[in-house]
Each structure stands twice: as structure tokens, then as C-alpha cells.
Write a protein that binds this ligand. Structure first.
Ligand code: CA
Length: 235
């Protein structure tokens, strides 16, 4: 038993999946609040203020995307999307509206729990990022935001301003999947036809400079067809 007291709101209309997820979370001592429609989800969210929301997109009353739209007007509570929809477009839409991550149905116990932990951590990290020392640390990688200085194993890495800005943005959102268009808008301010290619070239150079090795677990994960995720500090 992990004795964690995180409160998780699960919005899912299919009772077998609801029970499956609830059982998994209870076994790890999460508190679970249930809702089976978008509207009930919003009510439960407002009355229980959960630490994390697990959200099915295909809900009987409204699209689960409506839930994300609703809470993101005011809140940064992490949202993990459960989706039977396999198209990248749906995942991208949910991420761009502010979901933190997604799990595609069918999923296993280990995968779900890992994503839940990562989403809860990423929320903790964004709070910690405001700490006065202004540094990000992940394995051998250190980013000193005040000095715009990046080191790996104590050695300074020479990045172009664009590469640094991408790394800065990913690290400030570590653990969260950022879509191509979210990164492009952040870095260049607009999205044009050549932007994804431009981002991929910069990303390839950045990863190479950070010492990425093919097939190895690296600082930045390529979420194929969707975007990129910076690993978080305790993965
Ligand atoms: Ca459903």
C-alpha cells in the first residue's frame, strides 16, 4: 500500500472500464471520485477539487474535450485523457486544449499507473520551477534559467538561441506531452507550412548536443506524430 492520499476524479461512462480503473487506483491507495458524464464530471470537479482528472473523451452527453475547455479557463489541474480514438488528431486536440497526457484504450495497469504518477509529478514540478534557484535538473542535465546555461555532466553545451528556447519550454513542462503546434507557437509565435520541419531539425540538433543515443532512454522523448515530452526528474 502506498498510503498516498491523492484525489482522482475519473470521468468514464463505460462501467467495465470505470471499475477496472477504480480497482487499480484503490489498490495504490488513491481516493477515487466517479462521474459518468461530462456534466456530472464538472459538478464533481467543482465540489471535490481533485488532484488529477482521468477523462474519457467519448461521453454520452458532451465531448470530453468540453470538460478540458471548461476547467482550463481557470485551473491547471492535470488531465489524463483515456481515449479509444486512435487518430493522432484527437490526441493533439486534447493536448492543445490543455490535457497533460493520454492513454489509448486498451491499456494495462502498469501503463496507467505510470502515466498517473507522471501527471501528478509534472504538476509538482511546475510549482517547483518557481523556486528561487531557477534551475532544472534531470540526471546529468542541468539548466540554469537565469544564466541560460545548459550543462551535461558538468560540461557546458553550446546551444543556439532557438535550441535553448525549445529546451527551456520543454523543461518547464516536463512530464507533459507538448504538441508540435504548441511548441511552434511558443518558439516562433506562428505556425506556417514549414514549421514542423524546422522544429524537427532544431530538435534533432538539440538532442544530439545533449548526447542522445538512438534507442536509449533520453531526456526528451519523441511522441511520434504528436509532439515531444521532456522526461521528468523522478522518472
Ligand atoms: Ca466512453
Amino acid at each position: 500500500m502506498d498510503h498516498n492520499r491523492y484525489k482522482v476524479l475519473l470521468i468514464e461512462d463505460e462501467s467495465n472500464i470505470r471499475n477496472f480503473v477504480k480497482t487499480i487506483l484503490h489498490a495504490k491507495d488513491y481516493q477515487v471520485i466517479l462521474a459518468d458524464s461530462c456534466q456530472q464530471g464538472i459538478l464533481m470537479y467543482n465540489s471535490h477539487l481533485p488532484d488529477l482528472v482521468i477523462l474519457d473523451l467519448g461521453l454520452p452527453d458532451r465531448d470530453g474535450l468540453e470538460f478540458i475547455r471548461h476547467i482550463r479557463k481557470t485551473d491547471v489541474t492535470p488531465v489524463l485523457v483515456l481515449s479509444a480514438r486512435t487518430t493522432e488528431e484527437d490526441k493533439i486536440k486534447a493536448l492543445d486544449l490543455g490535457a497533460n497526457d493520454y492513454v489509448t484504450k486498451p491499456f494495462g495497469t502498469g501503463e496507467l499507473l505510470a502515466r498517473v504518477r507522471a501527471a501528478l509529478r509534472s504538476c509538482q514540478i511546475s510549482r517547483d520551477a518557481a523556486l528561487p534557484d531557477g534551475k532544472f535538473q534531470l540526471l546529468d542535465l542541468t539548466i540554469d534559467y537565469n544564466r541560460r546555461l545548459v550543462t551535461v555532466g558538468g560540461n557546458e553545451v553550446n546551444l543556439t538561441p532557438t535550441e535553448y528556447n525549445i529546451l527551456d519550454y520543454l523543461s518547464q513542462n516536463s512530464g507533459k506531452v507538448l504538441t508540435y503546434s504548441a511548441i511552434i507557437k511558443q518558439i516562433w509565435g506562428f505556425d506556417d507550412a514549414g514549421s514542423v520541419k524546422k522544429l524537427q531539425v532544431n530538435m534533432a540538433n538539440l538532442r544530439k548536443k545533449l548526447g542522445a543515443k538512438p534507442g536509449a532512454e533520453n531526456y526528451i522523448v519523441n511522441e511520434l506524430g504528436v509532439g515531444y515530452r521532456m522526461n521528468d526528474t523522478s522518472a
